[in-house]
Design a protein around this ligand. Structure first.
Ligand code: NAP
Length: 285
C-alpha cells in the first residue's frame, strides 16, 4: 500500500455514473509502477454540477482530471485552452492543471488508433462504418478519417449523424455518407466501429439496429464498450467469424496518454505493457 502524505499529488476522474470506472485502477497501477507519489480517485459529479466541480477541483489544486460520460462536451466551456482535437471533437477527456486554468485535451482519438494498431485492426484504405454520433462517434470518425477509403455513418437520431458529417467533412477528403438506421450501405464495410451505449447497463443484451446490415463474416468489428467485455454486438460478430476488439485497449491507451500529460513524463514501454497485462489479467481478458 502506497503512503498518502501532504505532498501526494491528487488526480481523478469525473462522470455520472462513475463507480464502474476502470480509470482509478489503471492510473494507480501506473503511479505504483513509476514510483510516483500520486493518488487517483473517482468523483461522482451529477449533471448540472460540472462547472462548480471543475472550479472546485482547480481551487483544490487537483493536477489532472479525466472526464467521462456525460460531461466530456460540457467541460469544454471550463477550459482556459484546448487542443485542436478538442475543437474538432467538441469534447475533452483530459484536463491538465496550469497556472492559467485547466488545458483540455482529447486522448480518445489517438487512444482508439493505438488500440486498433495493438489488435491488428486495419482502417487505412478500408470502407469503415461507424454506429453512433455522440462523443465517441466523433472520436471514432476523427481516428480513421485521414486514411479510411470511406465512412458510412449510422445513428438512431439521423440529424446528429448529419451534424457530425457537417462538422468533420471539411477536415478530410474521405467520403462521409449518412444512412437511415435500417438502410443498406452502398459499399460493404470492411471495419465497423460501434460507439453507442447499446450493449451495456440496461441495454446489455441489445444489438444496435443496423448490426445485421453491416456485420458480415469478413468484417473487422470494434465495440468501444469494455464492460461487459463481450457485448451482444461482439458475440454476434464472433458468431459470424469476424475479427473483434472490445473497448478495453482504447480505455487503456487514452489513460496512458492522459497520465503522461498529468505527470509531464513519457512512460517507458516496459511499464506500459506490464500494466496492460496486469489489468488484462485482473479483468480476465
Ligand atoms: P453519448 O455522447 O451520450 O452518445 C451516445 C450514443 O449512443 C448516441 O449516438 C446515441 O444515439 C446512442 N444511443 C444511446 N442509446 C441508444 C439506444 N437505445 N439505441 C440506439 N442508439 C442509442 O455517449 P458517448 O460518449 O459517445 O459514449 C458512448 C459509448 O462509448 C459508451 O458506452 C461509452 O462507455 C463508450 N466509450 C468508450 C470509450 C473507451 O475508452 N473504450 C471511450 C469513450 C466512450 P442518439 O444520438 O440517437 O441519442
Amino acid at each position: 500500500m502506497r503512503e498518502v502524505t501532504g505532498k501526494t499529488t491528487v488526480l481523478g476522474v469525473i462522470g455520472d455514473p462513475i463507480s464502474h470506472s476502470l480509470s482509478p485502477t489503471l492510473h494507480n497501477l501506473l503511479a505504483e509502477a513509476m514510483g510516483h507519489d500520486v493518488v487517483y480517485v473517482a468523483f461522482h459529479v451529477k449533471p448540472g454540477n460540472v462547472s462548480e466541480a471543475i472550479q472546485g477541483a482547480y481551487a483544490l489544486g487537483i493536477k489532472g482530471l479525466n472526464v467521462t460520460m456525460p460531461h466530456k462536451q460540457e467541460v469544454v466551456q471550463e477550459l482556459c485552452k484546448k487542443s485542436q482535437e478538442v475543437d474538432f471533437a467538441k469534447a475533452a477527456n483530459t484536463l491538465v492543471y496550469t497556472a492559467e486554468g485547466y488545458v483540455g485535451l482529447n486522448t480518445d482519438i489517438e487512444g482508439l488508433q493505438k488500440a486498433m494498431l495493438a489488435n491488428d485492426i486495419q482502417w487505412k484504405d478500408k470502407h469503415v462504418a461507424i454506429i453512433g454520433a455522440g462523443g465517441a462517434g466523433y472520436a471514432a470518425c476523427l481516428s480513421v478519417m485521414a486514411t479510411a477509403k470511406s465512412i458510412s455513418l449510422y445513428n438512431r437520431t439521423k440529424d446528429k449523424a448529419e451534424s457530425l458529417k457537417k462538422n468533420l467533412e471539411h477536415l478530410t477528403k474521405t467520403d462521409i455518407k449518412v444512412y437511415e438506421i435500417d438502410e443498406q450501405p452502398s459499399v460493404k464495410p470492411e471495419l465497423v466501429i460501434q460507439t453507442t451505449g447499446v450493449g451495456m447497463g440496461s441495454l446489455k443484451d441489445q444489438l444496435p439496429p443496423c448490426t445485421k446490415l453491416l456485420v458480415t463474416p469478413d468484417t473487422q468489428v470494434v465495440d468501444l464498450i469494455y464492460n461487459p467485455k463481450e457485448t451482444a454486438f461482439l458475440s454476434y460478430a464472433k458468431a459470424q467469424g469476424c475479427k473483434v476488439m472490445n473497448g478495453f485497449d482504447m480505455l487503456f491507451y487514452q489513460g496512458v496518454m492522459a497520465y503522461e500529460q498529468f505527470t509531464h513524463e513519457q512512460l517507458p514501454e516496459v511499464v506500459v505493457s506490464q500494466v496492460r497485462q496486469t489489468l488484462r489479467n485482473q479483468l480476465g481478458l
